[in-house]
Every structure is written in structure tokens, then in C-alpha cells.
Design a protein around this ligand. Structure first.
Ligand code: NAP
Length: 247
């Protein structure tokens, strides 16, 4: 039975991943900030879920204790999925919001990686980072979010070289997905026409295919692959185009 570790498993893509892996018969280690009592108790339990706020300094120690308490030695797949956004100009973004984005989207995965690597080595496991297409392109009003995802890509890229074949690293670039993240970030759902985005379940299925495969990077969806490739190849030129077109 494969052990799968997922952060941000209480909603959206993380929850969809957890349910898909459960259907495969995996042993789950799930992390979220909500109390267990508020979750679906037919799925979550004290043996598969730990309530940890990843923006707090004790998060890593609490997760390490949870893994030990569950008697888990080897992990097959660890997915850094938890994330949050903020829509608006960074000039007026509250300092607490900036700190939360940096700590949950970037600092927590970096620190948690230290705890997870020994388990992944023992399980010949794979480390997965859930990034975004925005890592390759400018997205006005999402500057801090974009910066955290670009930095996460930078961390994963270096780690891949440092670890070699020891622990494979996969970075998944998701595109706009129909989850609660946009509402929580303060986005105008009608304006962004969020109902046309693919569901979390459809995206999670594509992610699991990528995790089962051997690629080191995967972008979900053809449109997103084109967008991501264009962002990498034509970055500064696209930035100038956005300025000229008034975004
Ligand atoms: N949705 C998109 O369009 C999109 C596009 C590209 C990439 N992504 C990435 O996909 C990943 C999953 O996002 P999603 O769309 O599924 O969003 P979501 O539905 O809001 O789920 C995010 C998960 O992270 C958890 N989380 C947030 N802050 C936390 C904290 N301080 N401590 C512990 N857990 C915390 C959330 O908990 P709560 O349930 O309590 O909120 C939730 O379980 C993120 O890394 C996001 O950046 C999303």
C-alpha cells in the first residue's frame, strides 16, 4: 500500500487528490488548517488527518510528530499542494496577507521538504510541488502569489539537481481551476467567469497521471501548456504587450 502525503487536503485540488488516491487504496497522510470536527468524518479521521496551520512556526514539528505517531517510515508520494492567493495591488495588500502567502506557498514547502526527504528516500518516493502557470508569466493583481510560485519553481529546480536520482522531483503547473481559492483570495468570480474552469476532480486526475509518469515538469491542459511555454519563451515581450493593451 502506497503512503501519500498531501498538504491542503480539505478543499479543492488537494481534497480531489486525496479522494482519488483513497479510491486506489492508498494510505493517506493529510494536512489542513480546519479542525477535524468540521470535516467529512466518513473520509477524514485522526489516523489520516492532522490539523496544522502551515503559516505558523510549529507547523513542521507538528507534522513530523504526526508522521511518527502514525508509525510511518516510508512515503511514496509527498504533494506540497496547500496554497492561497490575494487579488489586488501589492501596494495596498495587508502585511499579514503578504506574510501568509509567503509562509504557506513558499516557506512551508521548503521547510517541510527537510522533514519529508528521509521518508521519501526510504520509500523511493517522489516529491511533488503544485505550482501554477503564473510562475512563467506576469499576472497583474497577483504579484505576491506569482512571486511565491516562481520562487517555488526555483527551489524545486535546484533541489532536483542536488538530489539527482535519489528522490525524483515533479513540478506541476496548474492553470485556472474551479476551486474555492479564487473566492478566498477576493476575486470577482463573475468577471473571471470561473464556471468555465475545469473542476478540481478533472485537474487532480491529470495530476495523478503526471505523478505516475516520469516527467520532471507537467502543465495541466493544452491551453495552459501553450500559455506556460509562451511565458517562458517570450516573457518580457508579453509583459510589454500587457502594458500596451492596458492589461
Ligand atoms: N485554483 C486555481 O485556479 C489554481 C491555479 C493554479 C495553481 N493552483 C494551486 O493549486 C493548489 C491548491 O489550490 P486550490 O485551488 O485547490 O485552492 P483551495 O480550494 O483553496 O485549497 C487550498 C488548500 O490549502 C489549504 N490551506 C490554505 N492555507 C492554509 C494554511 N495556512 N495551513 C494549512 N492549509 C492551508 C486550504 O485550507 P482551507 O480549506 O481551510 O481553505 C485548502 O485545503 C495551490 O497551491 C494553488 O496555488 C490553483
Amino acid at each position: 500500500m502506497q503512503t501519500i502525503f498531501i498538504t491542503g487536503a480539505t478543499d479543492g485540488i488537494g481534497l480531489a487528490l486525496a479522494r482519488l488516491y483513497a479510491a486506489r487504496g492508498a494510505r493517506l497522510l493529510l494536512v489542513g488548517r480546519r479542525p477535524l470536527s468540521e470535516l467529512d468524518l466518513s473520509f477524514f479521521s485522526a489516523s489520516n488527518y492532522v490539523q496544522v496551520d502551515l503559516s505558523l512556526s510549529d507547523a513542521q514539528a507538528r507534522i513530523a510528530d504526526f508522521i511518527v505517531a502514525q508509525g510511518i517510515d516510508a512515503i511514496g508520494v509527498a504533494i506540497h499542494n496547500a496554497g492561497l492567493g490575494y487579488v489586488g495591488e501589492p501596494a495596498v495588500q495587508p502585511a499579514e496577507s503578504i506574510a501568509a502567502l509567503v509562509s504557506v506557498n513558499l516557506q512551508a514547502p521548503v521547510l517541510l521538504t527537510q522533514i519529508l526527504l528521509p521518508h521519501l528516500r526510504r520509500g523511493q518516493g517522489k516529491l511533488v510541488f503544485v505550482s501554477s502557470v503564473v510562475a512563467a508569466m506576469a499576472t497583474p493583481d497577483y504579484a505576491v502569489y506569482t512571486a511565491t510560485k516562481a520562487a517555488l519553481d526555483g527551489f524545486a529546480r535546484n533541489l532536483r539537481i542536488e538530489l539527482g536520482d535519489e528522490v525524483p522531483i515533479l513540478v506541476i503547473h496548474a492553470g485556472a481551476t474551479q476551486t474555492g481559492m479564487h473566492r478566498k483570495a477576493g476575486a470577482d468570480l463573475e468577471r473571471m467567469k470561473s464556471t468555465r474552469f475545469p473542476t478540481a476532480e478533472a485537474v487532480a486526475e491529470q495530476m495523478i497521471k503526471a505523478i505516475d509518469g516520469t516527467r520532471t515538469e507537467a502543465t495541466i491542459g493544452l491551453g495552459n501548456r501553450l500559455l506556460f511555454g509562451a511565458g517562458r519563451l517570450l516573457g518580457l515581450w508579453l509583459d510589454r504587450l500587457q502594458v500596451r493593451m492596458g492589461r
